[in-house]
Structure formats: structure tokens, C-alpha cells
Design a protein around this ligand. Structure first.
Ligand code: ADP
Ligand code: MG
Length: 274
């Protein structure tokens, strides 16, 4: 099992922004501090650096409060680091953008739109012609198994189905990177397993670069190519682990010896923090 260092030298410079050498995502010495109501400074993330190369499924795993969501919000451009920089495709993040697709735990669909209209939303806003939109929407409806529900209103769907739409909507926009913050965290365990299986399949087809947040160790190993184990107080990356399990993957693999070995290793990394 390969451990690699979390900190790396600056790779993105104006010289290589346009080349394939730049990682898809680079988080460079990011510190995030919040001001508490009493006027103190709380450090949510301290000097966090890591990279995600193109087509990698990266997972942030760590205890509640270690700054996973904060890191995703910063990457989404919904907040700004106190210091440090984040680059997506060599471009410094300085606000939200369609180049970053997001799927969060709380359902973020437009309830008054149908499944199809939700998936189509970003494409329409970009002014894509109707014919082209239709093909993309059909493709993703099929990917997430919702053809029969295309004309249902989002508000009529179950939680698992809503997250299918959210995944389809994010991918339909063909973002540079997909940011997922505990997307299955609110689902019952059976639905959660189904969604993990579905995401494995969809990812196999799209090979999209992903930054996925979870506090579920099984989920992290099952889905991830590389796992960043985080610690709290202050939020930081404690360890980087490459997942040596072959793809395509399936749910049975949680019983493999190497899966269990890795699970134990991550469990101890997280447990030592407590
Ligand atoms: P995680 O997603 O890993 O549970 P978060 O990123 O949500 O962690 O939060 C990291 C830490 O920052 C937590 O201690 C949380 O209480 C704190 N925090 C998050 N948002 C704010 C905020 N707006 N103001 C003050 N503290 C915050
Ligand atoms: Mg969170």
C-alpha cells in the first residue's frame, strides 16, 4: 500500500498552466480561519496541500469537524481561503463556476422542475441548442436509471432518486471536476449501497476527476483511487493512501483481505486522533 507525501512543491506556474502537466486540482497551502462570535480566531484548515490528477477519484475522509466541507466549499469557490490558493485546471479559483460540478448531502435540486429539466438546467443556461441538450439529457437519464421518471417533478422523488438526478445534472455539464460532499450521507444503508454501486458504474464510464467527502471508511475505499485521511484541530491531512484495489469495483470487494487491511489502517489513523 503506497503512502505518499501530502505536501508537494508548487507545480502550477504560468509556464505550465496550459500543459497536461498541471494536476486537475491543486490545493496549495490553504489555511482557513473563522472568526468566532467572541472575537477569537478558529483555524478550520491549516496549511492543507494536495493534488488530484486528471481522472482520479480522490476521497477526503476524516472525523466530523476536520474541515472536509470547508475544503469543498473553498474548491467550489463559495468561500475564500484565509491564505493559500486553489487551482482547477490551472486556473485559480476565485468564485463559483460551471467548471466545478457539485453534489451535496442536502438535496439541491429545483423542486418545481422535472427530472429532465433539472438535468438540462445548466446546458440551457449555457445556450446549448435543444437537439444537443436532448442527447446529453437522455444519456444521463439512462446512466442513472431514471428514464421512466424523466417527467416527474423533483419534489416527488425519494432521497436516492434525488441524488441520482443531482449526479446526472452535475455530469451533464461536463465539469472539470466533480465535488461531492457526503452525497449519500442522508440515505438509508440499502439505498446507500445501491448509490455507491451506481456511482462506480457511472464513474467507470465518465472517468471524471472527483473530490469526494465522506466519514465512512468503507465508502472511501470502495470508491477512491487515493484517500486523504484528515485530522481535526486544526483540520489537516494526516496521511495519503493509494487504494490498491483493481477496477472495475463492486460491493463484494469490501470483504477482500486487502480491503479489510486498508480499512483497519484508516480506522487506526482516525482513531489515534480522537
Ligand atoms: P466537516 O465537514 O469535516 O465536518 P466543516 O468543514 O463543516 O467540517 O467544519 C470544520 C470546522 O469549522 C468545524 O469545527 C466547524 O464548527 C467550523 N466551522 C464551519 N463553518 C463555520 C463558520 N461559518 N463559522 C465558524 N466556524 C465554522
Ligand atoms: Mg461536512
Amino acid at each position: 500500500m503506497g503512502s505518499v507525501t501530502a505536501t508537494s512543491p508548487k507545480l502550477v506556474t504560468p509556464m505550465n498552466i496550459a500543459t497536461n502537466a498541471a494536476p486537475r486540482l491543486q490545493v496549495d497551502q490553504v489555511t482557513l480561519q473563522y472568526k468566532t462570535p467572541s472575537g477569537d480566531t478558529f483555524t478550520a484548515l491549516e496549511q492543507v496541500s494536495f493534488e488530484v490528477p486528471d481522472q482520479q477519484f480522490a476521497v477526503l475522509v476524516g472525523p466530523s469537524g476536520c474541515g472536509k466541507s470547508s475544503l469543498l466549499y473553498l474548491t467550489a469557490g463559495l468561500a475564500e481561503p484565509t491564505s493559500g490558493e486553489i487551482y482547477v485546471g490551472g486556473q485559480q479559483v476565485d468564485g463559483p463556476g460551471a467548471d466545478r460540478g457539485m453534489v451535496f448531502q442536502s438535496y439541491t435540486l429545483f423542486p418545481w422542475l422535472t427530472v429532465r429539466q433539472n438535468i438540462e438546467f445548466g446546458l440551457k443556461r449555457r445556450g446549448m441548442p435543444a437537439g444537443e441538450r436532448k442527447d446529453i439529457v437522455e444519456f444521463y437519464l439512462n446512466e442513472v436509471g431514471l428514464q421512466r421518471f424523466a417527467d416527474n417533478y423533483a419534489k416527488q422523488l425519494s432521497g436516492g432518486m434525488m441524488q441520482r438526478v443531482a449526479i446526472a445534472r452535475a455530469l451533464a455539464n461536463d465539469p472539470q471536476i466533480l465535488l461531492m460532499d457526503e452525497p449519500f450521507g442522508a440515505l438509508d444503508s440499502q439505498t446507500r449501497l445501491q448509490m455507491q454501486q451506481l456511482l462506480l458504474k457511472v464513474w467507470e464510464h465518465s472517468k471524471k476527476t472527483v473530490l469526494f467527502v465522506t466519514h465512512d471508511i468503507d465508502e472511501a475505499i470502495l470508491l477512491g483511487d487515493r484517500i486523504f485521511v484528515m485530522g481535526a484541530r486544526p483540520g489537516r491531512i494526516k496521511q495519503v493512501l493509494d487504494v490498491p484495489i483493481e477496477r472495475p469495483r463492486n460491493l463484494d470487494m469490501v470483504m477482500d483481505a486487502q480491503f479489510i487491511r486498508m480499512k483497519r489502517e484508516i480506522f487506526h489513523l482516525l482513531h489515534d486522533d480522537a
